[in-house]
Design a binder for this molecule. Structure first.
Ligand code: BG6
Length: 470
């Protein structure tokens, strides 16, 4: 592959030699072949069939980026672009159609081929078990509200460790488990589009129980040199000011959105303040005997950190409407900081220092647990307008990555246990209800032809990997 001018002259920010560099993905967002290879349906296939108007430009999950058929070509490209690791997810509904029952041999074969291809190209597979894609029948059984689904997930996890654990050493139980809670049970951007705080709390709680059961199954599988973790979108909560009411608002947002998963996963217990808060408002989840021991005894080995944007909050300005559904915003108002830098396409603030604040928090309050940046990235609309000489000149993405990496570098130099950086995403992919509106990849995907073309950022990242810094 030709090396485009990467703009790296002298290395000012040097990273460790074995720093994991690569891209992330998820099954539903890249595989396509939604009704092929014996795959069962998941909630995305179903929701799109029912309500295609909820998806940008009416594009659904059926084809996406066709990784199912083109994985060889894509993995070859990863290697050419200097990546040493790749995160993908296993589709539960592909491996076990319906979520429970027979294992689909075609799926086992597919994931085996992907894993073997990655290894043959010197790329370490990072496998995630659940990325927003509940099998339809499991949702019909109640989704994460149901203990039966928790058990089915634990069985699915065990099967994955048995089938692939001889070659995959780096595992995750969930990606951003707070998102299906927010999307599916509070803010109406995932199926089943329920707005109900009580059910949201139950879903979050059962997700952690399912996670702990998967960790237990992992320990029992005894995978040599294996590690298991969870991937969390740790969105730092910044108060508008140091006023105690603003600080309290930020504290509650942090409890609800970050610590509700971070504390049980890393420390094996829920923060007392969160328990007190839920209790005071009558929202404690239904628990079972043995849950708390299970969670306590099955903490993680390492953590994936997804970071896109900060959360800024202030004390509430008005009393809540007593008739409106109970929402996290009962405790805070969102705050738009004057002068904030925005990614206008996604509507997310860009605040690079947030990545450093997360890492310092992990160092100081979570035993400096081993972690890596498992997602960071910038979705941009209509990137074709930046094509020059056949390549998307995404200098904005290079700047975005660099500015975040500078803070990761500072965190490293201050003793944070951060081991790598994955961009969201390796290649353009299907962004749930946003479909292909915003493009995130190092590699662009032409949806008509499925042709892959690396963007300028891909060459910059390759040079970064080769030079050990920038
Ligand atoms: C993360 C998810 O929330 O952010 C990905 O793990 C997602 O699945 C990515 O695609 C970017 O967000 P979005 O909504 O723009 O696709």
């Amino acid at each position: 592959m030709e090396r485009a001018d990467d703009g790296i002259k002298d290395v000012q920010y040097r990273f460790p030699k074995d720093f994991w560099l690569g891209g992330a993905s998820s099954a539903t967002q890249i595989e396509g072949a939604a009704r092929e290879g014996g795959k069962g349906l998941n909630i995305w296939d179903y929701w799109f069939e029912k309500e295609p108007h909820r998806f940008y430009d009416g594009v659904g999950p059926d084809t996406t980026s066709d990784f199912y058929h083109r994985y060889r070509e894509d993995i070859k490209l990863m290697k050419e672009l200097g990546h040493n690791s790749f995160r993908f997810s296993i589709s539960w509904s592909r491996l076990i159609p319906g979520g429970i029952g027979e294992v689909n041999p075609e799926a086992v074969d597919f994931y085996n081929r992907v894993i073997d291809e990655l290894l043959a190209n010197g790329i370490e597979p990072f496998a995630n078990l659940y990325h927003f894609d509940m099998p339809l029948e499991m949702q019909q059984l109640g989704g994460w509200e149901s203990r039966k689904v928790v058990e089915a997930y634990a069985r699915y996890a065990r099967i994955c460790f048995e089938k692939f654990g001889d070659r995959v050493k780096k595992w995750f139980t969930h990606n951003e488990p707070i998102v299906p809670v927010e999307g599916g049970y509070l803010y109406d951007f995932h199926y089943p589009n329920i707005v109900d705080f009580r059910r949201a709390v139950q879903v979050a709680y059962h997700t952690i129980v399912a996670h702990a059961k998967a960790v237990k199954a992992f320990r029992e599988a005894n995978i040599k040199d294996g590690k298991i973790g969870i991937i969390l979108n740790l969105t730092p909560s910044y108060p508008r000011s140091e006023h105690p009411a603003d600080r309290q608002a930020a504290h509650i947002a942090d409890l609800l959105f970050n610590r509700s998963f971070l504390d049980p996963a890393v420390k094996g217990e829920y923060p007392q303040d969160l328990i007190d808060l839920l209790k005071a408002h009558g929202f404690l989840p239904v628990t079972q005997e043995g849950d708390l021991e299970l969670i306590r005894e099955h903490t993680i080995d390492w953590l994936g950190v997804n970071y896109y944007q900060p959360r800024r909050v202030k004390a509430k300005e008005t009393l809540p409407n007593p008739y409106a559904p109970f929402m996290p915003e009962r405790f805070f108002d969102n705050y738009e900081m004057p002068g904030r830098k925005m990614n206008p396409y996604r509507g997310w603030e860009i605040y690079e220092k947030g990545i450093y604040d997360i890492l310092i928090n992990l160092r100081d309050n979570y035993g400096n647990i081993e972690c890596f940046i498992s997602e960071n990235g910038m979705g941009v609309q209509n990137e074709e307008r930046f094509i020059k000489d056949g390549i998307i000149q995404d200098d904005y993405r290079i700047d975005f990555i660099k500015e975040h990496l500078k803070w990761v570098h500072k965190a490293l130099s201050e003793g944070c246990n951060v081991k790598g950086y994955h961009l969201w995403a390796f290649m353009d992919c299907w962004s749930w209800t946003n479909a292909y509106k915003n493009r995130y990849g190092f590699v662009s995907v032409d949806l008509k032809t499925q042709k892959r073309t690396p963007k300028k950022s891909a060459y910059w990242f390759k040079a970064f990997a080769e030079n050990g810094g920038f």
